[in-house]
Design a protein around this ligand. Structure first.
Ligand code: MFK
Length: 570
């Protein structure tokens, strides 16, 4: 009987031990005794991510969370049933300490590197369960930063628990229909309860919240009588359900019908007199929620890299077994060239994201110098916006590397692209974060520390093959500095129309130049200590992949192009 050909699908091995970039980076940056202690749990997470969790992800591909708003007898219940993989991920996240690792104080400033290595392995096989983890991490850090003893004692032990029965997640509820970017326009009203016992009631609609299954949320609302804008908002803490499990004056209007991240029950909510407590005073809400944003943006960066890595792991395995025109794809020069470019992007992004993680580790343990503090503030936005854009480009190419199979839902591959599209959108779009970079530079010396770090990386390079790549990074930074100088002379401090129009190209240039420098540093170390030239190959390739993106653009041309059908000919 005639049997038609069946292609063997791509497979994953242990996602820790098979990840040369992660393993080599940890060998360089962690003290050997710390690495020895954390490696068994990284091995275990890598095994699950490439095995059981990945198999579940494929098996439950069609499952989505279900919202039941009413019970059979007309009672409003707003119950959300999670997918089987999310239920598994919830348990595993707690037990394996994906959150707790950053708070248990065992590894000092290296705790964050360990935690984010766990998160990087956990993310791609758990259908974005890292969204509630990111929010939870941000909430725990913000509450600790607030110094509010009662809230800290009440919530932080739950948020950082390794016991799934005790573990709570947090939501972050900022976005309203007035804007996810211009948060200062939020309309949710806060009214203090009579008696002044510190309880407030919240009224409003949160248009887009993170997972609506969280036990607590940090959110913004405007105390009655406060001024408009971000300063008039206050940061609040609330618990979503009472002891019997009923939502506390919260209605889940609907789950959001998203392009991707569809296993994540992001929701639109109405607050109907929900009890809440102030965190850090009755104003300055935007400034007070910033510690949360810094962590959620870091999670965004690390998970963007993790998504790229997953796509590449699948594409590489496939290329080795897929035969076309007489040879495996892995031997075809053009396919090889394409995958090489993607690997270089991923590898560069990896080092940028984990450098940000290192800075956070040092910041949280008080081992950071003043200049690096300013660098941390600047990089949070730069890293998030740079890696977010890379993730989409890589995911799109990964799908193409599978040909038609990359376009078929039951391979599980299209979700890689849909889910990646979220990285540049949530937690601040590329443009909004680029403007944040300009504002940060107008107020701080972050660029001095940036240059010092970039120079230190480049000076570490002595391999002849890395020196040309180092010059590319130097030239890109010099061009970025010259551009900044020019726009500052033209418009004075702050953001004017010239600097605003070029802010994205400027921020991406800073992101890519530092990616290249950090990759060069790793490459030199790997040559010297591991006799491995693969990071060098990545650095050399990345240096040829568009580092300096700054262009001279005529604003009049931009205005005419952007408004093509709105403006008269001329
Ligand atoms: C994967 C699943 C996806 C689905 C789930 C998604 C759930 C939905 C979750 C979301 O809602 S995603 C959308 C999240 N939205 C954002 O991340 C906000 C983006 N917008 C910004 O970041 C704006 O720049 C910002 C809201 C901060 C601007 O607000 P304002 O009111 O114009 O504030 P301003 O004056 O710029 O800053 C107020 C204070 O905060 C200032 O300090 P001072 O009061 O001391 O002067 C700023 O310096 C400070 N600040 C702002 N951004 C900062 C910062 N400080 C440090 N770092 C920053 N990044």
């Amino acid at each position: 009987m005639y049997e038609s050909f069946n292609q063997a699908p791509p497979r994953l091995g242990n996602q820790y031990s098979g990840d040369r970039v992660l393993c080599s980076y940890l060998r360089r940056t962690l003290p050997p005794d710390v690495l020895e202690q954390v490696e068994p749990s990284l091995q275990e997470m890598g095994r699950l991510a490439g095995g059981h969790l990945y198999q579940m992800q494929l098996a439950y591909r069609l499952h989505e969370p279900q919202l039941t708003q009413w019970d059979a007898w007309g009672e409003r219940v707003d119950r959300i049933e999670l997918t089987p993989l999310w239920q598994e991920a919830e348990r595993l996240a707690a037990e394996s300490g994906v959150l707790a690792a950053a708070y248990e104080g065992r590894y000092g400033r290296f705790a964050r590197s360990y935690q984010f290595a766990l998160a990087y392995l956990f993310h791609p096989s758990t259908d974005i369960y890292t969204c509630p983890l990111a929010m939870t991490d941000g909430a725990a850090r913000t509450l600790l930063h607030s110094g509010d003893r009662a809230l800290i004692e009440r919530a932080v032990p739950h948020l950082t628990s390794c016991d799934p029965r005790q573990f709570w997640t947090s939501g972050q509820w900022m976005t309203e229909s007035t804007g996810g970017s211009d948060v200062g326009r939020a309309e949710t009203l806060a009214r203090e309860d009579a008696g002044g016992r510190g309880t407030w009631r919240l009224y409003g609609r949160k248009w887009f919240t993170s997972a609506a299954t969280s036990q607590i949320a940090l959110l913004l609302a405007r105390p009655e009588g406060n001024v408009s804008g971000g300063r008039g908002l206050a940061l609040f803490y609330l618990e979503t359900r009472d002891e019997s499990g009923h939502l506390c004056n919260i209605r889940i209007n609907r789950l959001k019908d998203k392009l991707g991240t569809r296993k994540l029950p992001a929701a639109e909510l109405s607050l109907k007199g929900t009890s809440a407590y102030l965190v850090m005073g009755a104003s300055n809400g935007v400034a007070n929620i910033v510690p949360m944003l810094h962590l959620t943006r870091t999670w965004n960066s690390v998970t963007a890299v993790a998504a790229m890595r997953r796509g590449l792991a699948l594409a590489r395995d496939y290329a080795a077994k897929r035969v076309a025109f007489g040879a495996p794809l892995s031997r075809k020069p053009l396919h090889v060239d394409t995958l090489a470019g993607l690997q270089a992007e991923m590898e560069a992004a990896f080092h940028l994201a984990f450098y940000l993680v290192e800075l956070i580790g040092r910041d949280e343990t008080g081992e950071i110098e003043a200049g690096d503090s300013e660098l941390l503030r600047l990089l949070t936005s730069i890293v998030k916006l740079t890696t977010g854009r890379q993730a989409i480009a890589v995911a799109s190419e990964v799908l193409e590397a599978f040909g038609g199979a990359g376009y078929l839902e039951d391979t599980g591959l299209p979700a890689l692209l849909r889910d990646s599209q979220v990285f540049p959108i949530w937690e601040g779009t590329t443009n909004v974060l680029s403007l944040d970079v300009m504002r940060a530079l107008a107020r701080s010396e972050g660029l001095v520390a940036y240059r010092a770090r970039l120079d230190a990386c480049l000076h570490s390079a002595h391999d002849a093959g890395l020196l040309e790549a180092a010059r590319v990074a130097q030239r890109a930074l010099a061009h970025a500095e010259a551009w900044l100088h020019e726009v500052a002379e033209h418009g004075g401090p702050g953001v004017d129309s010239t600097s605003e129009a070029g802010a994205r190209r400027f921020a991406l240039t800073l992101g890519r130049a530092l990616e290249l420098a950090l990759l060069i540093e790793q490459a030199q170390w790997s040559i010297d200590n591991e006799q491995d030239g693969r990071a060098r190959a990545a650095a050399r390739r990345f240096a040829r992949s568009g580092i300096d993106l700054i262009l001279d653009v005529d604003p009049a041309d931009s205005l005419a192009l952007a408004n093509d059908e709105l403006l008269p000919a001329g």
